[in-house]
Design a protein around this ligand. Structure first.
Ligand SMILES: [Zn+2]
Length: 552
């Protein structure tokens, strides 16, 4: 995932001001604005460098340790606030005015070096009924780190990512069920016994009340595509219904779902040991014209007990013009990988997709920032979906699974994201809903999964606690991913086995704007029409219905 920015970025105000033109200039028109903009870039850097240090990856950067960066950050931030307020309010160019508005919004989202996804809260706090919903969210994220990073399995400890991977890999049905049940302590920490005032149900009520006033991620996704929020739900249901019809009608246990879909993962697992993840990832992106090693992208892939429990990508430094030359963005990818395998490799390629997205931004400092959450997540899957294409597997693994098995593996995991999107959409709309009953209804109807409302087995994604509503950026984002992949293949050509023009072409046509352009305009200009679910439906229809032998 990209690191979610809690404030609405590329906010409605910015959109209303209109960002129609191409970025004419990489620097400000006014000297006064330019000076503030470069200060803004320095403070952004200090904030994200501190996050890199606090993540445990680095002890110093550019010769400065944590306390030096903390000092630089707090001094710079105070000066930035004053300087932004003192800029003239009249007589500036339209571009400068938009840059100032962007800096004011985005600087409110500076993390100031907080260790991302590693909150100071304790999981135990989630039981406290007096907690405000934001503190409750932090406590629930802590549960993912404290409990999710050490699930008990067969006398040892495994983390959440490994457990999900084992659900794809483990052929013994009893052992598979044991992996599934290793999540029970996490589910109980998140949703208690599914009582009305369980930690999750108290939290989602608070989030929903806030979203009713300020808009949810679902509202933002609707805006980013130019449709009504009610239409988002119809598109999600349409996708799930296509899958329901295409995927056969045998009902499976929830602990068998990933295994049954994961035949491609199992056939290829032996060719993707953990130590091969990064070299394969580098090679693929080199073939796409993006040399991540020479770009200096930092990879921190080793598990550590206190480390964030999920994979994410963030800026380390923000690209900008220095003495007439572009000094590139440096990105950082963090993930807790204990094992290799296709499922994990796909995620690493997704994170590198985020890295490529932000390193391709060529804009003035005010706009060297993330695009919308929806665009960022959808774009990161554009290269990563190729890992489930036989042509990609042949080239990068030397072995391939059949097209049908590969598609089934990819799209069953996409469909879980679509299911979570629908789940969150409905929870946010009616927060008193029983989440276990809702999840059971969605997964049994569309994914053919046998009902187990006694388990809160939906609670395996950190995003559900950290940023409720965020799953729409994956599930609904899949519609944009499929649309972009189709358009790139048609216009530039297929890229499953590389295309050295890919990175440069996408930089020029899609990525260079950063946070300047709203997603709706960006996508419409890129596709030459509005986004539509058609491309994803076509992908689902590539699947031939098969009757799967009972996996139990
Ligand atoms: Zn992502």
């Amino acid at each position: 995932m990209k690191t979610p920015i809690r404030l609405v970025l590329a906010c409605a105000l910015l959109l209303a001001l209109g960002s129609t033109g191409t970025s004419a200039s990489l620097v400000a028109d006014s000297k006064e604005v330019s000076a503030v903009e470069y200060l803004y870039a320095d403070v952004s850097d200090a904030s994200t460098i501190l996050s890199a240090i606090n993540s445990g990856l680095l002890s110093s950067y550019q010769g400065k340790d944590r306390s030096a960066w903390e000092q630089a950050y707090s001094k710079g931030r105070a000066k930035l606030a004053t300087d932004l307020d003192q800029l003239p309010t009249t007589g500036l160019s339209a571009g400068d005015n938009r840059a100032i508005a962007a800096m004011k919004k985005q600087s409110q989202a500076f993390s100031g070096g907080a260790a991302l996804f590693s909150p100071a809260a304790k999981c135990n706090d989630a039981a406290r009924k007096d907690l405000a919903y934001r503190q409750l969210q932090s406590a629930l994220v802590a549960c993912f780190t404290e409990i999710g990073n050490s699930l008990s399995f067969e006398g040892g400890k495994i983390n959440r990512v490994s457990a999900l991977d084992l659900l794809h890999q483990t052929s013994d049905p009893g052992r598979r069920k044991a992996v599934f049940l290793a999540f029970v302590p996490l589910w109980q920490a998140i949703n208690g016994n599914n009582e009305r005032d369980s930690p999750y149900r108290r939290m989602i009520a608070g989030v929903a009340a806030d979203a009713a006033k300020n808009g949810s991620e679902i509202d933002h996704a609707a805006r980013d595509v130019g449709i009504d929020p009610a239409e988002v739900e119809r598109w999600l249901v349409q996708i799930l219904d296509a899958w329901r019809q295409a995927s056969g009608d045998a009902m499976v246990e929830p602990w068998d779902f990933r295994f049954q879909a994961g035949e491609a993962d199992r056939q290829l697992a032996a060719y993707i040991p953990r130590e091969s993840l990064l070299p394969i990832n580098y090679r693929y992106y080199r073939d796409l014209g993006a040399d991540l090693e020479s770009m200096g992208t930092l990879y921190d892939l080793a598990p550590r007990p206190e480390k964030a429990a999920l994979a994410y990508t963030e800026f380390v430094t923000h690209g900008r013009m220095v003495d007439g030359a572009w000094r590139p963005t440096v990105a950082r990818v963090s993930a807790p990988y204990e094992r290799g395998g296709l499922f994990v490799l796909n995620e690493l390629v997704h994170e590198s997709g985020h890295a490529v997205n932000i390193t391709a931004i060529r804009n003035r400092p005010a706009f060297v920032d993330w695009p919308s959450d929806l665009f960022a997540e959808a774009f990161a899957d554009v290269p990563s979906w190729s890992t489930y294409e036989p042509a990609w597997q042949r080239r990068y693994l030397g072995h391939e699974a059949s097209e049908q098995l590969s598609l089934r593996a990819l799209y069953s995991s996409v469909m879980l994201d679509v299911a979570w999107s629908l789940f969150e959409l409905r929870m946010l709309r009616a927060p008193a809903t029983d989440p276990n009953a809702l999840w059971t209804e969605i997964t049994s109807r569309y994914l053919h999964i046998l009902p187990h409302p006694e388990f809160s087995w939906w609670a395996v994604r950190v995003q559900l606690a950290d940023f409720p509503g965020y799953m729409v950026n994956y599930g609904f984002g899949a519609i944009l991913t499929a649309d972009m992949r189709k358009h790139i293949s048609k216009t530039l050509g297929g890229f499953d086995s590389g295309d050295s023009r890919w990175y440069g072409w996408l930089g020029e046509h899609l990525l260079r704007y950063g946070s300047e352009r709203d997603t709706r305009t960006l996508m419409e200009d890129f596709l030459g029409r509005p986004v539509s679910p058609q491309a994803l439906l076509e992908q689902i229809h590539r699947l031939k219905p098969i009757s799967v032998p009972d996996a139990r």
